[in-house]
Design a protein around this ligand. Structure first.
Ligand code: NAD
Ligand code: GLY
Length: 361
């Protein structure tokens, strides 16, 4: 097992990464407090992973809420279902929520925890690669709004993160590949040697080799933990974690939530950011080619959807959370391993990129 700490003073917490951790109650029951426990999961995960967690909880008084699957579930209406269940079970401020699932369950449950009685504890048990390397770490919680992805939310850190590698065995192939997009992101924004390592070890990751996965998850979490510790509320460096997300969120919202997986949209978005960086002369075209090659090998989309023209992209991108005083801020690259937040990108090269970037189905 590897443990990475997110260092946030009194709100610091461990991320445990390894096999069989859902059943390792000594790792996470100390973070449950004294009150009731409510497990939130979905219809896909409940039959597979509720049993070991329930068994580990022994005599604990546990409520379980099983939600529908999918990105379309990440709404305020579903958060209300969690609050209803907490109230029906007479849960107080000492209750703890456990999010057992991917980023959808984690974001939603974390948001419900942030708001219930002005904030209760929660634990993340991420079961997708994407959630293990990104969404379960750092305290961003929230739900989607029809007009924009993750537009309603709160910062609320978990008490601990339990990343059980065994859960990745049942993850559909497409979801594994989508998670790899966020793994590649860490190499691109901050860690050139890790990008090199990914080029060498991508096949092992696609084969779900435990050693390769443990290394990739631990390196990703270490980078994310350092960035979050430096800038918890995203007033600066944390924005780098959004490489590809301004374009990606436009794709997700424009295509309807769930049509493109988050990681797929981020992959295309990262390539759009690399292409723009190259057009602006700050990224060598050969490096943009390496990025495209790695994303392609990972089976991720490298073309934007044909149905989103430049005008529609710009309209959707204007809703991005990084917009300040009407100015779009974009994460670009100065090289592999060197992300950069820019607020001064001229609208002309951006429009040219959006018009000329390759389109697929
Ligand atoms: P997800 O939660 O929808 O899970 C993907 C699919 O895999 C679902 O159908 C799920 O039921 C299934 N699944 C999950 N674990 C499984 C397993 N072990 N075996 C079999 N099936 C399994 O999607 P995701 O990619 O985990 O998360 C995407 C969400 O995360 C998006 O809403 C995105 O906005 C959010 N996100 C949040 C942050 C953050 O910092 N909070 C960061 C990145 C992404
Ligand atoms: N996924 C972006 C962040 O956590 O800041």
């Amino acid at each position: 097992m590897q443990t990475v700490t997110v260092d946030l003073g009194p709100r610091s917490y461990p991320i445990h990464i390894g096999s069989g951790l859902l059943a390792e109650s000594s790792l996470w029951t100390p973070h449950l407090g004294n009150g009731q426990v409510m497990l939130v999961t979905n219809t896909v995960l409940a039959p597979r992973y509720l049993a070991p967690v329930h068994a580990a909880l022994g005599d604990w008084r546990v409520e379980t809420l099983i939600l529908p699957d999918g990105e379309a579930t990440k709404t305020l209406a579903t958060a209300e279902r969690i609050w209803d269940a907490l109230l029906a079970a007479r849960c107080g401020r000492d209750a703890t929520l456990i999010a057992l699932g991917g980023g959808v369950i984690g974001d939603l449950t974390g948001f419900a925890a942030a708001c219930y009685q002005r904030g209760i504890d929660f634990i993340q048990m991420p079961t997708t690669l994407l959630a293990q390397v990104d969404s379960s770490v750092g305290g961003k919680t929230g739900v989607n709004h029809p007009r924009g992805k993750n537009m309603i939310g709160a910062f609320h850190q978990p008490r601990c993160v339990i990343a059980d590698l065994d859960t990745l065995r049942t993850l559909p192939e497409r979801e594994l590949r989508a998670g790899l997009a966020e793994v590649i992101k860490y190499g691109l924004i901050a860690d050139a040697p890790f990008f090199d390592w990914l080029e060498t070890n991508l096949d092992a990751l696609l084969d779900r080799d435990s050693r390769a996965l443990t290394h990739a998850i631990a390196v990703s979490c270490r980078t994310k933990a350092a960035i979050v510790a430096a800038d918890e509320r995203e007033s600066g460096v944390r924005a780098l974690l959004n490489l590809g997300h301004t374009f990606g969120h436009a794709i997700e919202t424009g295509m309807g939530y769930g049509a493109w997986l988050h990681g797929e949209a981020v992959a295309t978005g990262m390539l759009m950011a690399a292409d723009l960086s190259a057009r602006l002369g700050q990224l060598a075209p050969a490096e943009a080619d390496r990025i495209q090659a790695l994303l392609t090998r990972a089976g991720l989309p490298v073309q934007a959807p044909a149905s989103l023209d430049a005008g529609r992209f710009l309209e959707l991108m204007a809703v991005d959370k990084k917009v300040q005083a009407g100015q779009l801020r974009l994460v670009l690259l100065r090289g592999i391993g060197q992300g950069e937040l820019r607020a001064d990108v001229d609208s002309r090269p951006l429009r040219v990129l959006l018009e000329q970037f390759p389109r697929g189905p």
